[in-house]
Design a protein around this ligand. Structure first.
Ligand code: SAH
Ligand code: SF4
Ligand code: F3S
Length: 440
């Protein structure tokens, strides 16, 4: 059996795709290894979303090329979004043997076969229909705690800054029943939590079923699972989805709702299809139904033409919503996108960085406030494993996706336990285990 090592960068979709690749190649005699030193094939599943993500990966490819040249027979391949974006440029560098885009993973066995004969091999065709619906992912979390289920691929939104529609192709939804089947297989294998994944889950549509219908069906079909989903686009998250969350206690009270900017002028330039007022209306709709729902976001500082006033609007929408957590970035121009073609990247780097730091400082305070509000409350937490810093402590997440740590030598990964919050940092809830655990 040949040994396959895969390193994964980027979003959760890539993590899910890596599991599909392991599954496809397992059928062709490739076993998984965690050790680069014993790998016959090294694949890197890549991300193009920002330049620094790509630069880091290119650096890593140099290291893999070194291994490739010093150990005969080792093949190196690039998968995912950079494969799609850079195509044969990657092969021309002479540093890799295989390039496979996100819709080409079924051809990996053939590509590897070709490459093993010394011929560089590439497949970057995008598909209108590929969803890998029939492939059972070889999950990386073998402990049966939390599983990703991809429900759609691609994206049709074409936000002006974003490379994803070019690297992932057109949006397509996966067969409804295949999702239900995979969710119930996860439950049968002992997983306690699943996350339904797509770039824009609210535009899921398969025959007459929309995302609310899918969410309700999964929640009812798998009552023992905690159910998460990501990502929701502000213009598309419907009342029906919110009502479905309210109606099902096993759907986690957490919505990741990327705002990107608080300025209407910038939102329009970004081709986001909501306004500041529209965004705040959706937040009110969420909180009106689920006052305890955790809301997290993504933001981009320093997009083309952003003024200090636009930036102040972003800071103020952060204050107004009081996000529980955020992923924060400064704008990185991506070749080929609408913004790269139409708008100069005119906010100087030092200004971008300063604005980003201001957003981060504000959000750190908001995260701390959000966590302080939880002190004294009890939560059900899904145990992930020992805490990184202290082996006598366990860590795991609440339904709202907040990280908890507590002293515990009894429970194990995959257990659902009751904890009480006694303190916090901005990133973590410090808890004690409740003496009486409810039967479950
Ligand atoms: N589909 C999701 C986001 C996918 S990309 C959505 O629409 O919200 C994840 C995040 O990366 C985005 O939300 C955005 O905040 C950030 N991002 C995307 N392109 C970027 C760019 N060119 N520069 C900086 N950040 C970017
Ligand atoms: Fe990119 Fe916009 Fe699609 Fe999200 S919705 S993946 S930001 S184009
Ligand atoms: Fe990156 Fe591609 Fe995901 S660009 S964020 S890995 S869809």
């Amino acid at each position: 059996m040949k040994k396959l090592y895969i390193e994964t960068y980027g979003c959760q979709m890539n993590v899910a795709d890596t599991e599909v690749v392991f599954s496809i190649l397992a059928k062709h005699g490739y076993g998984r290894t965690e050790e680069i030193s014993e790998a016959d094939v090294i694949l890197v599943n890549t991300c193009s979303v920002r330049d620094n993500a790509e630069q880091r990966i290119l650096g890593r490819l140099e290291q893999f090329n070194f291994i490739r040249r010093s150990r005969a027979g080792v093949l190196v391949g690039v998968l995912g979004c950079m494969a799609e974006r850079l195509k044969d440029k990657l092969l021309d560098s002479g540093k890799v043997d295989i390039v496979a885009g996100p819709d080409a993973y079924r051809s990996l066995p053939a590509l590897l076969e070709e490459a093993s004969k010394g011929m560089p091999a590439i497949d970057v065709k995008l598909s209108r229909s590929e969803t890998y619906a029939d492939i059972v992912p070889a999950r990386q979390d073998g402990r049966g705690v939390s599983a990703f289920i991809s429900i759609m691929r691609g994206c049709n939104n074409v936000c002006s800054y974003c490379v994803v529609p070019y690297t992932r192709g057109a949006e397509r939804s996966r067969d409804f029943n295949s999702i239900l089947r995979e969710a119930s297989d996860c439950a049968a294998q002992g997983y306690k939590e699943i996350t339904l994944l797509g770039q824009n889950v609210d535009s899921y549509r398969f025959e007459d079923k929309d995302f609310a219908a899918l969410l309700a069906a999964v929640a009812e079909y798998c009552p023992g699972l905690r159910i998460r989903f990501a990502t929701s686009n502000p213009q598309d998250i419907s009342d029906a989805v919110l009502d479905t969350m309210v109606a099902h206690a096993n759907i986690c009270r957490h919505i990741h709702l990327p705002v990107q900017s608080g300025s209407d002028r910038i939102l329009e330039k970004m081709r986001r299809r909501y306004t500041r007022a529209g965004y705040l209306e959706r937040v009110a709709a969420i909180r009106g139904r689920m006052p305890d729902c955790v809301i997290t976001t993504d933001v981009i500082a320093g997009f083309c033409s952003e003024t200090e006033e636009d930036h102040a609007d972003t800071l103020s929408i952060f204050r107004e919503v009081g996000f529980d957590a955020a992923y924060m970035f400064y704008y990185s121009e991506r070749p080929g996108t609408l913004a790269a073609r139409n708008y100069p990247d005119d906010v100087p780097k030092d200004v971008k960085v300063r604005r980003l730091e201001e957003i981060i400082a504000l959000q750190n305070g908001l995260s701390l406030e959000s966590n302080r509000r939880d002190i004294g409350k009890r939560f059900e937490v899904l145990v992930e494993g020992p805490s990184k810093r202290d082996e006598t402590r366990l860590c795991g997440r609440t339904a709202g996706n907040k990280m908890c740590v507590w002293t515990d030598t009894v429970h194990k990964p995959g257990d659902l336990v009751q904890v009480e919050v006694t303190g916090c940092t901005q990133a973590t809830l410090l808890c004690t285990i409740c003496p009486l655990q409810p039967a479950r």
